[in-house]
Design a protein around this ligand. Structure first.
Ligand SMILES: [Zn+2]
Length: 308
């Protein structure tokens, strides 16, 4: 699942590529993916043919003004009084293809991060929405699991989007101080530290990958109970959050699972992982074997020597 660095990579790349582009057509191949209005969507849903028609009618003719991120939500500001909110959830991905990229790739992309995955022509089986532009470029939204969504919200109704009011602080924001972190973490004294780091109300955008990596660098095991952590340990965890997320943004994210960049290439952060996805391999610092434990349905990986 994409986390803050991956979503930030998509926002920056699409912000650059889409700025000023005018949508000339929209193809909705899976009605489930789209919706109109601020409502929070249930997992099982389907847009009516009328909603699909309205979605297209609103989008066609609009220009993309900017692309931002809040938590793991992508915010596309459109030239009209509308905003498109996109959540990639488990396996959502965007590919922006212009004539130049199509020449380079032959129009084929490996949408899974496995060297053995087939290269597919877009739109492929898991392409659910396509935006086309006047210069023959196109923006494809692919999603194997189909949990992601594209939601058009009128600017007057943005205040009613519940996700925004539920998100905790942005970890890269100056306002996210050690005191804010400690206060929010301490509100869940009985929980395990890894689960608390992944809690959107404590801090947004940190999931399975980066919670493992932050805790490795802080020297704290993922299953430690919050109430039993010392002030020094909490400060150490806090101090590693920003550098690790920033390094991952520089590397254009971690291509694990289905995450690819918007030109279909892979992020390089995976090379820098110390523990995530490395169970059974040697610790890069001390040579001990990386272990894994189950924590509420998720797996936490850690080094038994480097983390206490
Ligand atoms: Zn180690």
């Amino acid at each position: 699942m994409p986390e803050l660095p991956e979503v930030e990579t998509v926002a920056r790349e699409l912000g650059r590529k889409l700025k000023g582009r005018k949508i000339v057509s929209v193809e909705v191949r899976a009605p489930k993916i789209i919706s109109i209005g601020p409502a929070t969507l249930p997992p099982v849903r389907a847009a009516s043919p009328a909603a699909v028609a309205r979605f297209k009618k609103i989008a066609v003719g609009q220009k993309f003004v900017s692309v931002r991120r809040r938590a793991k939500l992508l915010i596309f500001d459109l030239s009209g009084p509308w905003t498109m909110l996109v959540h990639l959830k488990m396996t959502g991905q965007f590919i922006f293809e212009d004539v130049r990229l199509r020449k380079m790739t032959g129009g084929k992309y490996r949408l899974l991060n496995k060297a053995a995955a087939p290269k597919l022509q877009l739109p492929a089986r898991h392409t659910h929405v396509v935006f086309r532009f006047s210069d023959k470029s196109a923006l494809y939204f692919n999603d194997v699991r189909k949990f992601g969504y594209l939601k058009l919200v009128h600017d007057n109704e943005l205040g009613q989007v519940r996700e925004f009011s539920e998100y905790g602080p942005e970890p890269l924001d100056k306002k996210f101080t050690l005191q804010v972190f400690v206060d929010r973490v301490s509100a869940r004294p009985k929980a395990k530290i890894k689960q608390v780091l992944m809690d959107n109300k404590v801090v947004v955008g940190i999931g399975n990958i980066y919670s493992d990596e932050i805790l490795f660098h802080a020297g704290v095991r993922p299953a430690r109970e919050v109430a039993k952590l010392s002030a020094q340990e909490l400060a150490k965890i806090y101090r590693h959050i920003r550098p690790i997320l920033q390094k991952a943004i520089q590397a254009k994210g971690s291509s694990v699972g289905d995450f690819v960049r918007t030109d279909g290439s892979w992020g390089r952060m995976g090379k820098f992982h110390y523990v995530y996805g490395r169970k059974g391999q040697k610790c890069k610092k001390c040579g001990s074997i990386i272990q894994a434990i189950k924590l509420g349905g998720r797996t936490g990986s850690f080094c038994p020597q480097c983390q206490a």
